[in-house]
Design a protein around this ligand. Structure first.
Ligand SMILES: CC(C)(COP(=O)(O)OP(=O)(O)OC[C@H]1O[C@@H](n2cnc3c(N)ncnc32)[C@H](O)[C@@H]1OP(=O)(O)O)[C@@H](O)C(=O)NCCC(=O)NCCS
Length: 143
């Protein structure tokens, strides 16, 4: 089941964040996103009462900037990431947004495959954005 992030979820989300990223967001960063619920669309994917994935996106006028997506390692490759993005896409269309934007480490093949599969297009590159690695900027037009 996918639902909106609540404050009580943030410990579980932070645990998944630390498991997946070498420079993880802090608990406070997630709290700030949660507290700005008019600007941010934050989702969690629950298996029973356990959170196994999350997505954080920021609504900027008619664009949605996806800042974070991660799935607990042992549940990866089960379409959790795909479903989280589809949920964000659905809400973005309902809210008449025009574009979804994101950036991804050029060496992150699982994420790149996922975004390509969903129809995101590479529109730019930030050289050496992640230390020695480039960031790929991707967009998807909706509506
Ligand atoms: C990227 C991530 C969110 C994908 O979520 P997921 O639930 O594991 O992926 P899904 O099962 O929804 O996969 C959907 C598609 O993504 C691609 N994909 C996912 N995992 C993959 C892998 N390990 N290798 C190659 N392609 C992969 C495939 O195209 C897959 O479609 P398919 O199953 O029909 O081949 C997940 O791997 C993750 O949390 N990674 C660590 C955090 C991260 O890198 N976040 C993105 C930062 S930009």
């Amino acid at each position: 089941m996918i639902r909106r992030l609540s404050k009580e979820d943030i410990d579980q989300v932070s645990r998944i964040e630390k498991e997946n990223f070498s420079s993880p967001w802090t608990r406070d960063q997630f709290i700030r996103c949660h507290n700005q619920s008019l600007i941010f669309s934050n989702y969690v994917y629950c298996k029973s009462s356990k959170i196994i994935g999350y997505l954080v996106a920021e609504n900027i006028i008619d664009e949605v900037h996806m800042h974070k997506i991660a799935v607990e390692k042992k549940y990866q490759n089960n379409k959790v990431g795909l479903k989280l993005i589809n949920c964000m896409l659905y809400d973005s269309k309902v809210n008449s947004k025009l574009k979804i934007c994101l950036e991804v480490d050029a060496s992150n093949s699982p994420a790149l495959n996922l975004y390509n599969k969903l129809g995101f297009l590479a529109v730019g590159k930030r050289k050496k954005y992640y230390g020695s690695r480039d960031a790929i900027l991707m967009d998807m037009d909706i509506n």
